[in-house]
Write a protein that binds this ligand. Structure first.
Ligand SMILES: C[S@@+](CC[C@H](N)C(=O)[O-])C[C@H]1O[C@@H](n2cnc3c(N)ncnc32)[C@H](O)[C@@H]1O
Length: 282
């Protein structure tokens, strides 16, 4: 068997697993992430992902059939954008698939002067598949960006997206103007709002986030324990709904943002800035 045939067969085998169910697809990508995390298998795993991306397209059909999609996010349409024009991002059905309101949020960030994020320590709350965290690192060269999300699967997919964009097609690191890679600037962690920063004594200069503003119509649903083995529907529902937070702002759909601000005061440095999406506008 030639190397090309073996690669093609490995891709087909992977797709067969993904086709079985969303949970199987997530399990298959977790195994790829383990290989990306290990420096000795990283290059091979990145080459595999490049081959996989060439084999599938970025259509809804791909998402429905194989329970994942890898697509380009075009960034140069945003005001003052410098940096790579495209980022490559994958999604799975159990995490938020970027919609207009997240693109609007990112566009809003672009309207701030570059000094807002350049060289800063930043957290993005509710990072989903990680695209905004990675785009912040690519454009503004912050000293560190923490992408945080309560959905464990979102964090695993964010790490895959980080490797996908930090390495080129043959698995070599891509360096920015300061000779750093995205892997030097970005970390993703599972976290209920700012719990990770509080627990690890991380002090922030900027906190940004496009987090849910609608109360779940079924309050009992939100009291479930969140694990990566929860149902796909429940994990996806975390994208749009939140539970009562016990703040007066709950009445206006701003309870989660109110808690984020309250927690933010504990971890943000003096003169820090917080930017949240409210009613569709950052
Ligand atoms: C509208 S999505 C935004 C995702 C991503 N930033 C984007 O724009 O594509 C909201 C995200 O907030 C996350 N989330 C919900 N409640 C959260 C909480 N308490 N702490 C952290 N993340 C939360 C969800 O899992 C979801 O990924």
């Amino acid at each position: 068997m030639t190397a090309a045939t073996a690669t093609a067969e490995a891709v087909e085998e992977f797709l067969r697993k993904c086709e079985a169910s969303g949970d199987e697809a997530y399990g298959a990508f977790r195994s790829v992430l383990e290989k990306l995390e290990d420096p000795s298998s990283r290059t091979q795993a990145q080459v595999f992902l490049s081959d996989l991306q060439k084999r599938v397209d970025d259509s809804d059909e791909c998402l429905n059939k194989y329970h994942f999609r890898i697509q380009d996010v075009v960034l140069d349409q945003y005001e003052g954008y410098q940096g790579r024009k495209n980022l490559t991002m994958m999604v799975i059905p159990s995490i938020f698939i970027p919609e207009d309101w997240s693109f609007t949020f990112y566009e809003g960030l672009n309207r701030h002067p570059d000094s807002i994020l350049k060289d800063k320590t930043v957290a993005e709350l509710g990072c989903g598949n990680g695209w905004i965290t990675i785009a912040i690192a690519e454009k503004w060269l912050p000293s560190k960006v923490y992408g945080l999300d309560i959905n464990p699967r979102a964090i695993k997919i964010s790490w895959i997206n980080l490797y996908l964009n930090a390495l080129d097609e043959i698995g070599q690191p891509i360096y920015d103007a300061e000779k750093k890679t995205l892997l030097d600037r970005v970390e993703f962690h599972e976290s209920d709002l700012l719990a990770y920063c509080r627990d690890h004594d991380v002090k922030l200069e900027r906190i940004v986030g496009c987090i849910p503003q609608i109360l779940n119509p079924n309050p009992d649903a939100m009291s479930k324990i969140i694990t990566e083995n929860a149902s796909e529907e429940f994990l996806y529902s975390l994208s749009n709904y939140c539970a009562l937070q016990g703040f007066v702002e709950d009445q206006f759909g701003l309870g989660l943002i109110a808690r984020a601000v309250e927690e933010g005061i504990g971890v943000i440095k003096p003169s820090g800035i917080m930017i949240f999406n409210m009613g569709g506008c950052p």
